[in-house]
Design a protein. Structure first.
Length: 373
């Protein structure tokens, strides 16, 4: 990781942004282990050199995807795409911030056709660097307007909600025992009871939403307040949920779908549940994973086929059934154990995906406060 002094010697623009993106790969304190058998987004220390090749029959050419989503989550649907189209797909896996950093470093020399990211922050980094092509209007029109940026450089693929996961042995009446707004977790009564994953991309997207809605001062106050409550730091969302269930902490800040994977593996006796905070603030953020086509894509036509496939009913049903995420196109059934998207949307924070693009500013703040290294 570059030191502050070293970064100041690097030319402004993309390389500064790259350094900040790579800085997010570390976590600053205790790290919990990932539960066996439960898929997770890439660990922030994931190897950005990891490459998987999914073979079609080769008749339709090739495709190179840089994925900030893990093989365990998106590998099966990418394999299905390759089998159905005959396209040979090479996927380079890492965390979203790592893969965005690689793309910024490679620039016009990148072999990538598609960047598939966990969150809007990484996508915004690439869009702000001018590396995305504009997607066709009929592609963008398939998703709700707020799940794609106004310039059409990328498109949302699957939805997720920010929630508070809580231990059911400790929190028996969440409506009364949990705050309505995430800001109120700064209260000293939560000292030593909170788990978070500040190096995780979705957490940083939530903090970016805080900056956009609360402003810098209140966001700084919240971060400092949580720090004062001695939170346990985890590497990613999955171990947060595991830690809550194990009684290491009473609550954690995560995306909604991690819990449902545990429930699918371990059954209804698993001692954790989600609370979608009814206050409507940044702790109730609904955001998307998304994908865009590089404007230097060697296989642009196949890249467009891939984006359209991810938005097809077949792929959207995969996300609903297998990863417990919300589809972003109409007419796709969700798992009956999930609250209806319309129910969550009624109190969710309404924010443009463009407002979640300032990952650099969020990482600057987290670095300044010593929350990430």
């Amino acid at each position: 990781m570059l030191s502050k002094a070293s970064r100041q010697l690097v030319s402004i623009g993309l390389l500064i942004f790259l350094a900040l993106l790579l800085a997010a790969c570390g976590s600053s304190a205790e790290t919990a282990t990932t539960a066996d058998g439960v898929a997770a987004e890439p660990d922030p220390a994931a190897d950005p050199e990891a490459v998987a090749v999914t073979e079609g029959d080769g008749t339709a050419g090739s495709l190179v995807v840089y994925s900030g989503r893990s093989d365990s989550l998106v590998g099966p649907i990418i394999e299905r795409f390759a089998q159905e189209t005959g396209i040979d797909v090479e996927v380079r896996y890492g965390s979203t911030s790592e893969m965005a950093g690689v793309l910024l470093e490679e620039g016009a020399n990148s072999p990538a056709d598609v960047f598939y990211a966990q969150d809007p922050g990484g996508l915004g980094a690439i869009a702000n660097a001018g590396l995305f092509a504009t997607l066709p209007e009929n592609t963008i029109a398939q998703v709700p307007e707020r799940f794609a940026p106004a310039d059409g450089n990328w498109v949302g693929i699957s939805g997720r909600a920010r929630v508070v996961v809580y231990n059911t042995n400790v929190i028996t009446d969440p409506g009364n025992q949990l705050p309505e707004d995430i800001f109120d977790f700064v209260d000293p009564e939560w000292n030593g009871r909170i788990g978070w994953a500040p190096s995780n991309g979705s957490f940083q997207a939530m903090v970016t939403a805080m900056r956009a809605t609360w402003g810098e001062a209140q966001t700084r106050e919240w971060l400092a307040g949580i720090q004062a409550n001695n939170p346990v730091v985890y590497s990613s969302n999955t171990p947060v949920v595991s830690g809550v269930a194990a009684g290491e902490v009473d609550v954690g800040f995560v995306n909604h779908y991690y819990l449902y994977r545990f429930l699918a593996e371990e059954g209804e006796s698993f001692p954790a549940r989600n609370q979608f905070l009814p206050g409507g603030g940044p702790g109730s953020l609904i955001m998307v994973s998304g994908a865009g086509i590089l404007n230097t894509a060697p296989n642009a036509e196949n890249a467009q086929r891939f984006i359209d496939f991810l938005l097809s009913t077949e792929a959207q049903q995969y996300f609903a059934d297998e990863t417990f995420e919300y589809p972003v196109v109409e007419g796709v059934a969700i798992d009956p154990s999930l609250p209806a998207f319309s129910e969550l949307d009624a109190v969710a924070l309404s924010i443009s995906m463009n407002d979640l693009a300032d990952l650099e500013g969020t990482q600057d703040l987290l670095l300044e406060l010593g929350i990430i290294e």
